[in-house]
Ligand binder design. Structure first.
Ligand code: ZN
Length: 686
């Protein structure tokens, strides 16, 4: 196997706290952003033959259209259709080409028409040296001896568009492969025959699904069963590469626990099975009834405790209730809130607070001109959308639960599930469920967090002692948001928490407090979506990664210049802009890379703090962040040798949330975020 993965610690930073998944069918949005429909107009039956060695695919599809309206048949233009029939009559196989798709128009007719398609073609080779982000963007169906992946969004089989959107459809799929290859896809495994030279499996998915994601590989399959909350037998399986065999039982037992957990909270698991499938590439996908995770990822000990639960939960949110992409994808935020965030909360309240603060930091690191409203988030494609689609959406649910209370929040989730299972639901459907269970109007709440791209900037303007308590003045940026602002008043009577409703740009509140109050702290637990002030948001590397204005400067000889280039490319994901001679270094965010001694000199020349104690003299490469006097962020990367820069190439880009780190032997050995304080004001009686 040629897969080269980042170091273990690199993976750790990458996977923990970030969602692994993107429902593969989100790719199908390239045809249409609105595929809302509640009927089941299309039934698809496929017979597929794949030879991983030659990468040849041959397929036959029989597609029943219950809706008599005109339809369009769509197939990846890399495939060749050799026969096309409508109710047994031959149609012209010559397609109209549009982009990467071939299209055939099907005239209107009676409901119940059947389209038959016979097609074949060659799949792309399974990539071996791929970054996660590249895997996410890859739309080609792939095959190889180590496995293959045919995402629905690659249009590897004929899909139907009707009424200007992709039709949800059920499927029955028969896949034949040479042994020891085994196929897996969403649905009940109706039958599987394994002979000495072939495997033939049949899957049945009777629900309105978004599309068929087919995976195969030289898998060893392990199986366990459990009983669902409504008394059905559920089959749990692992499709693992041989070297993962001894992890299978642990994975099966964790899947059982997660299904039981979410069945109790939301409602019965919607499918008949759940499979954990090993991918030859560093992928992370959640699909109906299965998750597809990189074989290297599956070995990481913490994956079962975090990402696996997130993927199981997607069977309710994302693959059980489908987001209406025209209104934005809510499923990642809700899944992050009920999985990753909840696990942190269960382990340690401080970890949960750190997660909230991390989201706020990331959101605050997005330059004002690049922020997008949450309603625009469809899927994770780059870091900005990730901060918004996961972090901002998860914070929305934190605030919503605070506002309406946990019992109403939990009942609303159950209502959403009962009313929208296997249907498309937009943010407005969610709002309806939360309003129905809380009895509150939430239009203003959802509107401001979904439609406004900006976040409020909040200040504790004044705090003074008055008779029997304190008077507090809060101020926020304009136009004002409607905010429930948490406040803590500390003093001789202990600490008292209050929530103030702030609706204007500036507002004063008089609060009765026992004892002698000494200090007022604004949002001490980071429970409010807001743009953090400079002191609350110590610089993290992500700031220079996200800002398109970032410029670079490399200090050192030719060898440093040569090795810094690829690192800059990986960190910035944009064409680097070098600082020009004579240009003020603090005019925009700066990425400074170089030999340790030269960086020390540069810092002294520019009257900046010397190398901080956390990193000074440690490892072979040190990264830290600081700010110019004008507030613009700097990320410094000081290397002991040009080779150390090359060694940072794989791990470093995954640590955007850090303020500093140390790399030794191409591994991150220590890291951290500069401490931050919640803004507070001391109270004096003078
Ligand atoms: Zn996810």
């Amino acid at each position: 196997m040629n897969l080269v993965a980042p170091s273990l610690t690199g993976w750790m930073a990458f996977w923990v706290g970030l969602c692994l998944c993107l429902t593969a069918s989100a790719f199908a949005q390239s045809v249409s952003s609105n595929h809302a429909t509640e009927r089941l107009p299309v039934e698809t039956a496929l017979a597929i033959l794949i030879d991983p060695a030659s990468r040849q695919l041959a397929g036959e599809a029989s597609i029943k259209l219950h809706d008599g309206s005109p339809a369009e048949l769509l197939l990846n233009a890399d495939f060749r259709v050799t026969r096309l029939e409508l109710d047994g009559s031959r149609l012209d196989v010559r397609p109209r080409r549009k982009g990467r798709l071939n299209r055939w128009l099907l005239p209107p007719g009676k409901g119940g028409r059947t389209v038959t398609v016979i097609w074949n073609g060659m799949l792309s080779p399974t990539p071996t040296r791929q970054q996660h982000s590249e895997t996410l963007g890859d739309r080609n169906p792939t095959a190889g001896p180590d496995g293959g992946f045919l995402p629905a969004g690659s249009f590897w089989y004929p899909l139907i568009a009707q009424h200007d959107r992709l039709a949800l459809h059920s499927w029955r799929v028969r896949v034949e492969l040479p042994a020891p290859q085994r196929a897996v896809l969403a649905g009940t495994l109706a039958s599987e025959r394994v002979t000495a030279d072939r495997t033939i499996a049949e899957f049945d998915f009777p629900h309105p699904g978004e599309g068929i994601d087919l995976m195969f590989g030289p898998y060893k399959v392990m199986q366990a069963t459990m009983q669902s909350r409504d008394g059905r037998k559920l089959d749990l399986r692992t499709y693992f590469h041989a070297e993962l065999g001894e992890l299978a039982n642990d994975y099966l037992s964790s899947v059982r626990d997660y299904i039981a957990l979410y069945e109790a909270r939301i409602g019965p698991y919607p499918f008949t099975e759940f499979s954990v499938v090993s991918s030859p590439t560093p992928t992370g996908f959640g699909m109906p009834a299965l998750t597809y995770l990189g074989r290297e990822v599956l070995k990481l000990p913490f994956i079962r405790g975090t990402s696996l639960g997130h993927e199981v939960l997607h069977n309710w949110w994302g693959n059980g209730v489908y987001p209406d992409y025209a209104q934005g994808n809510w499923s990642e935020g809700l899944t992050t809130f009920m999985a990753d965030y909840e696990y942190a909360l269960r382990d340690n309240p401080d970890a949960a607070r750190a997660m909230r603060l991390g989201w706020l930091r990331e959101l605050s690191a997005i330059p004002a001109e690049q922020v997008r409203p949450l309603a625009d988030f469809n899927a994770r494609m780059h870091a900005v959308s990730q901060a918004v689609g996961y972090g901002k959406a998860a914070m929305l649910f934190v605030m919503l639960e605070d506002y309406i209370g946990k019992p109403a929040f939990e009942r609303a989730l159950q209502r959403l599930w009962q009313e929208s299972r296997f249907r498309v639901a937009g943010w407005d459907t969610l709002r309806g469920a939360f309003e129905a269970e809380s009895g509150l109007s939430l239009i203003a709440f959802f509107d401001q967090w979904l439609k406004r791209p900006d976040l409020p900037t909040l200040r504790l303007e004044r705090a003074e002692l008055i008779e029997g308590g304190v008077r507090v003045t809060l101020a926020q940026s304009e136009p004002p948001f409607l905010l429930e602002v948490p406040l803590r008043i500390e003093g001789s009577g202990g600490a008292v928490s209050q929530v103030l409703t702030l609706s204007r740009a500036q507002q004063s509140f008089e609060l009765a407090v026992d004892g002698r109050p000494a200090r007022v702290v604004l949002d001490p637990e980071s429970r409010l979506l807001r743009r953090l002030g400079a002191l609350e948001a110590p610089p993290i590397m992500r700031e220079i990664q996200l800002d398109t204005a970032t410029r670079t400067l490399v200090l050192g000889d030719d060898a440093y210049q040569a090795t810094a280039g690829p690192l800059v490319q990986r960190l910035l994901k944009q064409q680097p802009r070098e600082i020009s001679p004579g240009e003020a270094p603090d005019a925009s965010p700066l990425l400074l890379i170089g030999a340790t001694a030269e960086i020390d000199v540069w810092l002294a020349e520019h009257e900046l703090q010397p190398t901080p104690a956390e990193v000074a003299g440690r490892g072979e490469l040190r990264m830290w962040t600081t700010r110019f006097a004008n507030g613009k962020p700097i990320t410094l990367i000081a290397a002991s040798s040009p080779e150390a820069l090359s060694g940072a190439l794989r791990p470093l880009p995954h640590y955007g949330q850090q303020s500093w780190l140390v790399i030794e032997n191409a591994r991150v050995v220590d890291r951290g975020v500069w401490p931050a304080d919640a803004p507070g004001l001391e109270l004096r009686s003078d």
